[in-house]
Ligand binder design. Structure first.
Ligand SMILES: [Zn+2]
Ligand SMILES: [Zn+2]
Ligand SMILES: [Zn+2]
Ligand SMILES: [Zn+2]
Length: 304
């Protein structure tokens, strides 16, 4: 017999009188809260058996209403119920259409810490809103913003800044203005184009300046854009400008940095940055058009 099933039976038995059920639910809830306070670092997988009870014994996902049970008390989630054609996977009895209201109520009474507690989120959530919170929790880890290679590193901003510096050998600059020269000896091959990333430290925050070549329709273009190492809400408080030119001609871009929550590819594909057609880039480079030599200047400022 699956552990979930036997425990569910106990819950149902204790439900024979309303007062019994209430005291069970309350003591469960109280013990969960106590373990959170005492444990401090308890994550979602380390709470007591009540939490395990809410794992579907068939698919091991957490169960949300309607939670079903067979006449013998074996619980299962509604997805699994639809799949098993009315036959309890544990005891083979006809499932019928019985809801496990007791377990649904126990779940409702639970309060669990956000799974990103160790990253700084100290909020505690009712069972049914925890998942939704975690999808948007501002402490959820960021993906490595380095483009041009598959990098699976995730973490908070200080971790990623150290990672960019140590593992990707990214240039770090202090200050809110910059003057960068991009030199590429063979500008005709997109595949060969380097993905360049520079990190700027200013206003106590970090910004990623991306510069790269890509194919836009039939044309090869260069693109420069800024991403903010933090959430979208804070990114919107900043603006930036980029300028590139030579021989009395100039392209100017002014924009708002995108959060690194938006993938590099998403920002690139939305063309939210300074785009330089190859012909123009080679013209700005001077010389015999065999070498790309672009001077990009820029500034980051905070909007009041
Ligand atoms: Zn299931
Ligand atoms: Zn059963
Ligand atoms: Zn959270
Ligand atoms: Zn990385």
């Amino acid at each position: 017999m699956a552990p979930g099933g036997s425990i569910c039976t106990e819950v149902i038995e204790s439900n024979s009188t309303v007062s019994d059920y209430d005291s069970t639910a309350e003591s469960n809830c109280a013990s969960v809260k106590t373990s959170i306070v005492l444990g401090g670092k308890h994550g979602i997988y380390s709470n007591n058996g009540v939490y395990e009870l809410l794992e579907c014994p068939v698919c091991a996902n957490l169960m949300y209403p309607p939670i079903h049970q067979c006449p013998n008390g074996h619980t299962l989630c509604s997805n699994c119920k639809n799949r098993v054609r009315n036959c309890c996977p544990t005891c083979r009895y006809d499932l019928g259409n019985i809801r496990c209201l007791a377990l649904e109520k126990v779940a409702e009474s639970l309060e669990l810490p956000c799974r990103y507690q160790n990253l700084g989120c100290h909020d505690v959530f009712p069972y049914y809103s925890k998942l939704k919170h975690e999808q948007h929790c501002r402490f959820r880890p960021y993906n490595c913003p380095y483009a041009g290679s598959e990098c699976s590193v995730t973490g908070d901003i200080p971790t990623l800044v150290a990672h960019l510096k140590d593992d990707h050998k990214v240039d770090m600059h202090d200050g809110c203005t910059f003057n960068h020269r991009y030199v590429k000896s063979n500008p005709h091959e997109v595949e060969n184009a380097t993905w360049m990333l520079t990190v700027f430290n200013c206003f106590g925050r970090q910004f990623c300046l991306h510069f790269e070549a890509f194919q836009l329709g039939m044309a090869l273009v260069y693109m420069a854009f800024l991403r903010f190492m933090g959430d979208d809400e804070e990114a919107k408080k900043f603006s930036y400008s980029l300028e590139v030119g030579a021989n009395g001609r100039k392209l100017i871009w002014q924009g708002i940095p995108r959060s690194i929550r938006d993938s590099h590819k998403k920002v690139r594909d939305s063309q939210d940055g300074l785009i330089i057609q190859r012909n123009m880039a080679l013209y700005f480079s001077g010389g015999d058009r065999q070498e790309l030599k672009l001077r990009v200047t820029g500034r980051i400022w905070k909007e009041e």
